[in-house]
Write a protein that binds this ligand. Structure first.
Ligand SMILES: [Zn+2]
Length: 57
């Protein structure tokens, strides 16, 4: 079974219930970046997302 990459936005931004989960790390990062930008107005780099936000589940 493949690992999935998951961002639980509630852990990063309280009051946000957004969760993205994908077996494709690139896709998870892309979706997470789009969400951070559109919903939170934040530019988060790929490395920062990978290190600070994404969990492997
Ligand atoms: Zn969010």
């Amino acid at each position: 079974m493949m690992d999935a990459h998951k961002l639980d936005c509630e852990a990063a931004e309280s009051d946000c219930r957004f969760i993205v989960q994908s077996e494709d790390e690139g896709e998870a990062i892309k979706l997470a970046r789009t969400h951070m930008h559109e919903v939170h107005g934040r530019e988060v780099g790929d490395d920062e997302l990978r290190e600070e936000y994404l969990q492997v589940v």
